[in-house]
Design a binder for this molecule. Structure first.
Ligand code: F58
Length: 828
């Protein structure tokens, strides 16, 4: 897919000439004056950030106008990535990087007496996502633009993104994320792109002028979606694509009738109710309760997106019949799965198509990516709620289901059980709509996000569907962008690698492999070790700034950063920490290397167990860090408010990446990739993409432990008894007893009782079964760390062999196997 345009530009991240530097200085001053109405002496830190941001934006807009002109002219086939979440991270540094102007702008700011890092740091995180799924969407937009694929990301412009996490007395406290409070220079509001979205009401059958049966939907409420565009720039190409986020507004700000009769509050009520739809991102990263507002958000997103796509399509096309040729829609999990019903509705009701044509277009348009195997995360909507909010869509879902089940019956006569299992409507208990089934039936392609995950989807979660349509099932292993997660965050590694193998690796998939022979070069290894040491120093400084805890940059930085969930087993990590602490206490001569164990991540606000694990980490840290006997051997820190921005300080400094979920629970993981590409070694289970990462980097450069999926199953089938492990393993017992007996809670036996009871009573994520294997594996980690040559070799090989996990590879696969789209280069 590489085009001439890719090669025409110089790759190196080099300093522009004098004119470039002067250009950035002039742009900065002009924007400070013209846009912000400030002069340098009185400008605030935020003014200075905005002045630079507006200077970047000018260049983005230039590219964006050219891109949209080209796409319009060529009526280019376009990928539309529908996602309830986009976790973009700060734009300024990333856009400068992609423009190839990072060093030039930095120099220009220095000449103006400004510290570039301070400007970057001023930017608020646009936290419009919970975790992996939202961040993946952002990586994919980056790769789509870099590969010059026409694409639009469609999402919701939440006024409040994911909450900010503060820690008080070791407990997580959630603070509202007012990310827009100081303005957002990266978005372009498009009030003229306003789309009406209906809710509630009823439907009426009628006969049209051709005598055909039709249905009219009369919604009870209309909400207006207003587009807000963010430019997504490709790396060193002219392509600038669009992320279009929708905010909800009332169609009329005031109901004048109520206003005139003096009922001011009733008049603003509707406005408030409408705007609620895009007010806040739901902060749960797994189970979703059937909340009406959430369903309304999903419909709002999908309806705005599809109507907008149709509007764009009809600018050039005579009718809707070519919709599926113009667009490839990807459903990022089931949150936008209503698109199946909404597109069918638009084609039937608004464009007068017959069912067969509408349904065929819909199916050919949609692709569905599943991101979870957790049963509690599979979305279901109670039928009555669904029907109240979306009466027309419920009729369409019934019709889809009816026709689909007829097909199933035809293929499997008499197999009523199969029909019941496949039905989009779950008839057991409270009747509900199974969104994954709707997505499967309405899509031409269904994919998992790692090889193991896709296999388990086929074998278990979507087994009946894969038997019905094996050809629809694909696997696309996730990938992450090296632009943000290596080049931007880790300039030390970037320089070392670029000096060694040239700049081609920043987008050449297999280029990093050229590093392999360097792993055996002692001089290179030495330089690598020094680079890693500097990164640890930077991380140590950041940790001290944020938490006050002093850490030793000579120690092994052992890091687990991700959302808090029992299946991710942060508390297994903690059991190891306690064991290590006990060993060090018992035997001051114990030969383990000094370790700094770093945790970060947010817990869903209502997830008490996860919040208690965060508290336990702080409690253990308080004891361990204050114990003189172990102070220089073991440190535990919790870095608050984990988000994209803060993660960028963490990945480069990590030596050991903790990927320790119970086998079969983590669909893929993407943090695992970001760590490895920054030279960390992984300690991990046979789960998600760990399996493929291990294959790629080599088993000898990866620390594997724990049960496999098959072993988990076997143990469960035998009847798992966690208490047996507690009784038979003395060190495990000591660790759990310490928690239970109040060793970390000033003698309080109740504080952590829920955790202890859970582990000893049911241990649903089988920590105790994997404990011994984990502790032994950690001993091996310690041993390898004490052999710096060996460790460094593995670290280099992790980077050299990680090319497969870059998002460009993943996007190429989606383009080839699912979307069937081609690059459209944008001329200079
Ligand atoms: C994550 N899912 C998977 N969901 O857990 C992870 O293994 C995978 O690498 C990643 O997707 C990308 O494929 C995830 O992050 C959410 O956050 C949802 C947000 C909306 C509510 C339900 C969970």
């Amino acid at each position: 897919m590489a085009s001439g345009h890719l090669q025409n530009r110089t790759d190196a991240q080099e300093l522009g000439g004098r004119t470039d530097i002067e250009g950035w200085k002039r742009a900065f001053e002009r924007n400070l004056f013209n846009v912000l109405g400030r002069f340098p002496a009185t400008a605030t830190a935020n003014d200075r950030y905005l002045a630079l941001a507006y200077s970047v934006r000018e260049r983005l807009l230039d590219r964006w106008v050219k891109s949209s002109e080209t796409y319009y002219r060529e009526q280019a086939r376009t990928v539309c990535y529908l996602s309830a979440e986009f976790l973009l991270g700060p734009h300024l540094g990333n856009n400068l990087l992609n423009l190839g102007a990072l060093d030039t702008a930095k120099q220009a700011m220095a000449e103006l007496g400004l510290k570039f890092e301070r400007l970057l740091d001023q930017e608020e995180e646009p936290g419009l996502g919970n975790g992996g799924l939202g961040r993946l969407a952002a990586c994919y937009l980056d790769s789509l633009a870099t590969l010059q694929i026409p694409s639009i990301g469609y999402g919701i412009r939440y006024e409040f993104g994911i909450f900010d996490q503060q820690i008080r007395d070791g407990w997580q406290v959630e603070i509202a994320d007012k990310w827009l409070r100081l303005g957002n220079p990266w978005e372009i509001p498009r009030p003229e792109i306003a789309i009406n979205v209906g809710f509630g009401g009823h439907t009426e059958p009628y006969t049209d002028e051709h005598g055909r049966y039709r249905v009219r939907w009369i919604p009870a409420r209309i909400v207006k979606g207003i587009a807000h565009d963010t430019v997504i720039l490709g790396y060193r190409v002219n392509t600038a694509n669009l992320l279009r986020l929708w905010s909800a507004e009332a169609i009329n700000s005031f109901d004048f009738e109520s206003f005139n009769t003096g009922d001011y509050y009733a008049a603003v009520e509707e406005k408030v109710a409408s705007e609620t739809i895009s007010k806040v991102l739901y902060p749960n990263d797994t189970a979703l309760q059937g909340k009406q507002l959430r369903l309304e958000q999903q419909h709002f997103l999908v309806s705005c997106a599809l109507q907008d796509m149709m509007r764009i399509h009809l600018q050039r096309a005579p009718d809707a019949s070519g919709f599926h040729e113009r667009y490839a829609v990807q459903l990022n999990d089931t949150h936008p799965a209503l698109a199946v019903a909404e597109l069918t509705r638009i084609l039937l009701d608004d464009h007068g198509m017959d069912w067969a044509s509408a349904w065929q277009i819909t199916r050919q348009t949609m692709g569905y990516t599943n991101h979870t195997l957790l049963p509690e995360a599979l979305e279901k909507w109670p039928l009555d709620l669904f029907g109240r909010v979306l009466p027309r869509h419920l009729e369409i879902v019934h019709e889809i289901n009816h026709r689909f089940l007829d097909e199933v019956r035809l293929r499997n006569p008499g197999d009523h059980d199969r029909v019941r299992r496949l039905s989009i409507i779950d008839e057991s208990g409270e009747r509900s709509v199974r969104m994954a089934h709707l997505a499967c039936v309405g899509s031409h392609a269904i994919n998992g996000v790692a090889a193991l995950h896709s296999e388990l989807l086929r074998r278990d979660v979507l087994r009946d569907f894969s038997e019905l349509w094996p050809e629809k099932f694909l696997s696309v292993t996730n990938g992450v962008t090296p632009r943000r997660f290596i080049m931007l965050t880790n300039p030390g590694l970037t320089k070392l690698v670029t000096d060694a193998i040239g700049p081609g690796w920043t987008r050449g998939l297999e280029e990093l492999r050229k590093l392999e022979p360097m792993a055996d070069d002692p001089a290179f290894r030495d330089a690598w070790r020094r680079m890693k040491r500097r990164s640890r120093e930077a991380l140590a400084a950041e940790i001290q700034r944020q938490t006050g805890v002093v850490t030793d940059p000579a120690s092994l930085f052992d890091v687990q950063v991700k959302r808090f969930h029992e299946y991710k087993r942060q508390h297994l990590n903690l059991l190891h920490v306690i064991t290590l602490y006990h060993r060090l206490k018992c035997d001051p001569g114990y030969g383990a290397p000094a370790r700094t164990v770093v945790f970060a991540g947010k817990a869903a606000p209502g997830y008490m167990m996860a919040k208690r694990v965060i508290k336990l980490i702080h409690a253990v840290a308080d004891v361990v860090n204050q114990d003189r006997a172990t102070a220089d051997r073991l440190r535990v820190v919790f870095v608050p408010d984990y988000n994209v921005k803060h993660s960028q300080h963490i990945f480069p400094g990590a030596d050991l990446s903790e990927q320790i979920s119970m086998a079969g629970k983590e669909a893929s993981g993407t943090g695992n990739m970001k760590f490895a590409m920054n030279g960390a070694l992984t300690i991990g289970t046979c789960d998600g993409a760990n399996v493929e990462i291990r294959e790629a980097v080599g088993a000898e450069n990866f620390f594997l432990f724990g049960m496999t999926v098959a072993e988990v199953r076997r143990r469960l089938a035998q009847g798992y008894r966690p208490y047996d492990h507690y009784q038979s393993d003395q060190e495990l017992r000591a660790a759990i007893d310490a928690i239970a007996d109040g060793a970390f809670s000033g003698g309080d036996h109740d504080l952590f009782r829920p955790i202890v009871d859970n582990l000893l009573g049911s241990d649903p994520y089988m920590l105790l079964a994997d404990y011994r294997s984990y502790v032994e594996c950690q001993e091996e980690v310690g041993g390898v760390w004490l052999d710096p040559e060996r460790w460094t070799r593995s670290s280099i090989l992790n980077v050299a062999r990680i090319g497969r996990f870059l998002s460009d590879r993943a996007i190429r696969e989606y383009c080839r196997d699912i979307w069937h789209v081609q690059p459209v280069p944008i001329p200079d």
